[in-house]
Design a protein around this ligand. Structure first.
Ligand SMILES: Nc1nc2c(ncn2[C@@H]2O[C@H](COP(=O)(O)OP(=O)(O)OP(=O)(O)O)[C@@H](O)[C@H]2O)c(=O)[nH]1
Length: 351
């Protein structure tokens, strides 16, 4: 048996708002997942996830704005190279890397890069792909978005999140659909980022094993990628971008604190009236009533999640930050409704 001592890289993927960061925070809080370097890729200028994860995962890096499957794959290899150099000098210690992709990423080109880029493969191996599927919005996402289907097709492990929000029969139908799409991936349920202890153990056995056994252990998809790599002259073989042209990211900051009730009213209206165009909303909100404890607010389509109040601001910036990933929703609509219903003047950041 050939032991592969390279550091495993686990790809954590899943459609917009499916629960990737929630899972990551839960895993990082566990002793077994200590010594994990985390690389987060987010759409939009205003990356929020890394701010919310950094207290549990000190070695967290944010890839520059853009999606890792198309525009920033070289940023990923550079970030891995930097981490590798830091580890060799003893400045940091990690036994694995988790790369959280954007919710719109196609994992296949990223996997390809990880198994073909010469500098990367010297130090790192692809440890596997974990795909989070949101039981509430999952059917919709699979019906409408090629990215969601490719994320499931690439998975070694599928984690079904938000099972608390759906009935058993709907969950069963989704489970069967996922099995038909990828029969080789194991499926587990995860609630608010927490796995049943048996499944957590399975995940740990699978992904935290100190050494891989070399190429023989790779999944079918990995083998395809490796074979393709040996025939390819370029590590950055172009994969067609699957992203639909009308998906846009709009990022805003708001200088003035927002009144809780007016802000909630505005978000409820927007999700009720335009939810089908609102693929994702994330906000770090300066609420006038609690100036030192910002609210983290998530929504996806018509679903608004109960907000979390942070104990303190994650950085020096006290402005509200709002990120929207939309399909055909003009940014002017967001600006005008925010002003009208929440009394907030938003400054758009260019993406
Ligand atoms: N009810 C319920 N909510 C969940 C569950 N898992 C995650 N959430 C909520 O879903 C929202 C989005 O979760 P995130 O972890 O930010 O999702 P994500 O996949 O990282 O989102 P993107 O990075 O934008 O694609 C948050 O409000 C979470 O609290 C779950 O199992 N049940």
């Amino acid at each position: 048996m050939i032991l592969d001592t390279r550091t495993p890289v686990i790809l954590l993927t899943g459609f917009l708002g499916s629960g990737k960061t929630t899972l990551l925070k839960n895993l990082m809080a566990r002793a077994q997942w200590q010594h994990t370097a985390v690389i987060i890729n987010e759409l939009g200028e205003t990356g929020l996830d890394h701010l919310l994860v950094k207290h549990v995962a000190p070695e967290v890096r944010l890839l520059q704005s853009g999606c890792v499957c198309c525009s920033v794959r070289d940023d990923l290899t550079q970030t891995l190279a930097e981490l590798g150099t830091l580890a060799e000098s003893g400045a940091v210690r990690f036994d694995r890397v988790i790369v959280e992709t954007t919710g719109l990423a196609d994992p296949m080109p990223v996997m390809h890069t990880l198994v073909t880029d010469p500098a990367t493969v010297r130090r790192f191996r692809l440890g596997g792909v974990v795909t989070v599927v949101d039981a509430h919005n999952g059917f919709n996402a699979l019906d409408q978005h090629e990215e969601a289907r490719r994320q499931v097709a690439s998975a070694d492990t599928v984690l079904l999140s938000k099972t608390d929000l759906v009935q058993a029969s709907a969950l069963e139908r989704l489970t069967q659909r996922l099995s038909r799409m990828n029969a080789s991936a194991s499926q587990h349920r995860v609630q608010h980022g927490a796995l049943h202890s048996d499944h957590l153990l399975q995940l740990q056995t699978r992904f935290l094993a100190p050494f891989g056994k070399g190429p023989g252990t790779s999944t079918g998809l990995l083998r395809v990628a490796s074979t393709h790599a040996s025939k390819s002259s370029s590590a950055f073989t172009r994969f067609p971008s699957p992203h639909v042209g009308d998906i846009q990211t709009h990022c805003f900051t708001v200088d003035e604190p927002l009144e809780a009730e007016r802000f909630e009213h505005w978000l409820a209206l927007l999700t009720a009236m335009r939810g089908e165009k609102l693929l994702r909303f994330k906000g770090l909100i300066h609420i006038a009533e609690h100036p030192s404890q910002p609210l983290v607010v998530h929504a996806a389509q018509h679903l608004i999640h109960p907000p979390d109040r942070l104990a303190a601001w994650p950085d020096e910036d006290r402005r509200s930050r709002l990120v929207f990933i939309t399909q055909g929703m003009p940014k002017e609509l967001i600006e005008s409704t925010l002003l009208k219903y929440a009394g907030a003047c938003a400054t758009a950041l260019s993406v």
